[in-house]
Design a protein around this ligand. Structure first.
Ligand code: ATP
Ligand code: MG
Length: 571
């Protein structure tokens, strides 16, 4: 953790290693100086912050070097893919601030891929295996021990062609046959040991319907799609590094079949995945959380999905800055989520309007303030940015303050509201607490205080030394609101890697606390979904789309306390 934190703090703004490669390729005139990338999501779930890292790379490289980036849906497994995911992926990329040149689908290439497979069969470089996947796995061998050749390996070409046709026509049940590339069962790279390149799936495809029954595997679709599209830099994550020789093998085969393509070549480069503490990046596990109802959908503000982060109040700028800070390396690590939280704080600090909200209200009566009198106090919208101006907030005899800001018998260091002590009410007066009234259970019902008319904000006397400043709203002039207090979704740093327990047992029971009794200043009456605010002293909040006219709902994006700065200063 600390080594990774140190690296991030020292991460100077030099080119990342992929940018260095691209600049070198440009200097050498590779692919005629053309830069083309792609972002290739499988539409089997919503995008998460890890994908944002890949998006910033793929689209960022194209942008920076005057190239193009296409969006390509890697839709080769119809049993897990849906149109809902396609739509959400497009929405999320655009929200992050990127524009693709074209939208492509790996399924567009099914005819070309089949043609390629047929050519390999004809060249004696692929065969139909009728063994079960378990048997095939058993014969794989180990990295130090050669595998065993399939008894079907030397089937005649005509038979292979015939069976491949049947795999596709629906005559062959799922799992009964696969097409394998015939490479080398003794190759040190396990991916060369006759990899499966086609399998049978009978589930209809979200785009091609029932036209196909034989579907290409990742290794037989990805690089080939890159090649058909004329991608120059195929950038992906480190787990594909071991696939790269196979990627190159099939590209070599394609190039032999297409001499007209000249010097063109696509190359694969890998960078480290993003892993974040206290959350998960596996789409399969995120889907389980959604399906089991452990979160409220893919856009639950606790989810690491782009749509979840958006609903939580994250801005595209904060996410892009975060990605920029963590950088790209060749080794796996886990990033402290405090850095992501730091990025949104930094961003909202400059853009969020300051308003007053009381989450757990208790009544405060200023006994010497004239009944019926209302004063409009001026409240700066953002002390960091004068150009954001100010707004008015109504002040009156009856206010609400935060219940935890009052203590009847307070210790010495308690600088908030307690009998006999002065506190400042933000943007208003200095007041002195005189006591409180409690109900039969001993719960404080009302707090009493007297205000000092000479201490109105801006008056000379208002500079009097008073240790505590409290936020407040006027009882009559505030509106009710619901506030959803979010915290980290998991209680452990790396829930996906926990050995003893299922990740679903590691959920933080306090990750969502709903407060339905809150009061917010009237200024927020017409706040629009996704608008950002700083609630004085409490944190950054944004308006949830669940809001109703007259009863807004706010999500806590992040509190004000920045644990990353502490980490950074310690280093
Ligand atoms: P799966 O777990 O289903 O394989 P995936 O997370 O790899 O999913 P894809 O849809 O295949 O999802 O990913 C699209 C692109 O995003 C790929 O290039 C992949 O390398 C990249 N990507 C996925 N997860 C991360 C991550 N955590 N950090 C950086 N890039 C990622
Ligand atoms: Mg993947």
């Amino acid at each position: 953790m600390t080594a990774e934190n140190n690296r991030i703090e020292e991460n100077k703004k030099s080119l990342n290693f992929i940018e260095l490669i691209v600049e070198k390729d440009l200097a050498e005139g590779k692919n005629n100086g053309r830069i083309q990338t792609r972002f290739p999501p499988e539409p089997n779930g919503y995008l998460h912050i890890g994908h944002a890292k890949a998006i910033c790379m793929d689209f960022g490289i194209a942008q920076k070097y005057g190239g193009i980036c296409n969006l390509r849906f890697d839709d080769t497994n119809p049993s897990k893919e849906e149109v809902e995911y396609v739509d959400s992926i497009m929405e999320d990329i655009q929200w992050l601030g990127y524009r693709w040149k074209n939208v492509f689908y790996a399924s567009d290439y099914f005819p070309q891929l089949r043609e390629f497979a047929v050519q390999l069969i004809k060249a004696g470089k692929a065969y139909i295996d009728e063994q079960s996947s378990e048997e095939i796995a058993k014969q794989k061998g180990t990295p130090t021990q050669a595998g065993t050749e399939s008894p079907y390996r030397n089937r005649p070409v005509t038979e292979n062609l015939e069976l491949f046709e049947k795999m596709n026509s629906g005559e062959i049940p799922e799992g009964a046959m696969v097409l394998r590339a015939k490479i080398d069962m003794a190759a040190p790279n396990m991916h060369f040991r006759d990899p499966v390149i086609y399998r049978v799936i009978h589930h209809p495809h979200h785009r091609t319907g029932t036209a196909w029954k034989a579907y290409p595997m990742y290794d037989f679709a990805h690089g080939q799609s890159d090649y058909f599209e004329r991608v120059t830099h195929s950038i992906c994550t480190l787990e594909f590094e071991v696939h790269r020789p196979l990627y190159d093998y099939f590209i070599d085969e394609l190039k032999q079949l297409h001499p007209e393509d000249g010097d063109y070549r696509t190359r694969q480069f890998e960078f480290n995945r993003l892993n974040l503490t206290y959350t998960l990046m596996s789409k399969r596990k995120l889907l389980q959380l959604v399906q089991d109802g452990l979160v409220n959908g893919w856009d639950d503000p606790r989810m690491p999905t782009i749509t979840g982060l958006r609903r939580r109040g994250y801005t595209p700028e904060s996410i892009r800055k975060f990605i920029d800070k963590i950088g790209y390396t060749k080794f796996e690590g886990i990033i402290d989520v405090a850095l992501l939280e730091h990025s949104i704080r930094e961003d909202l600090n400059i853009r969020a309007k300051r308003v007053s909200a009381v989450i757990d209200p208790v009544k405060l009566i200023l006994t010497n303030y004239p009944e019926g009198q209302v004063e409009m106090m001026e409240a700066a919208n953002n002390p960091e940015d004068e150009s954001m101006g100010s707004h008015e907030i109504a002040f009156s005899r009856e206010l609400f303050i935060e219940r935890e800001d009052f203590m009847e018998d307070a210790p010495k260091k308690f600088f908030r509201m307690t009998p006999g002590q002065e506190v400042r009410l933000k943007n208003a007066y200095i007041i002195k607490c005189t006591g409180c009234k409690k109900d039969a259970n001993g719960t404080v019902e009302t707090i009493y205080a007297e205000y000092d008319p000479a201490t109105k904000s801006g008056m000379p006397e208002s500079n009097r030394k008073v240790k505590g400043t409290l936020h407040w709203v006027s009882a009559q002039h505030s509106i009710p609101a619901e506030v959803r207090l979010y915290d980290r979704l998991f209680t452990t740093e790396n829930p996906g890697e926990e050995k003893e327990k299922d990740f679903r047992e590691l959920l933080n029971p306090a990750s969502l606390i709903v407060k339905t009794n809150c009061r917010v200043e009237k200024e927020l009456e017409h706040a629009q979904p996704f608008e950002h605010f700083q609630f004085q002293r409490l944190g950054y909040f944004n308006v949830d789309p669940d809001s109703k006219e007259g009863k807004p709902v706010f999500n806590r994006t992040v509190s004000l306390k920045d644990s990353w700065s502490k980490i950074a200063n310690k280093n």
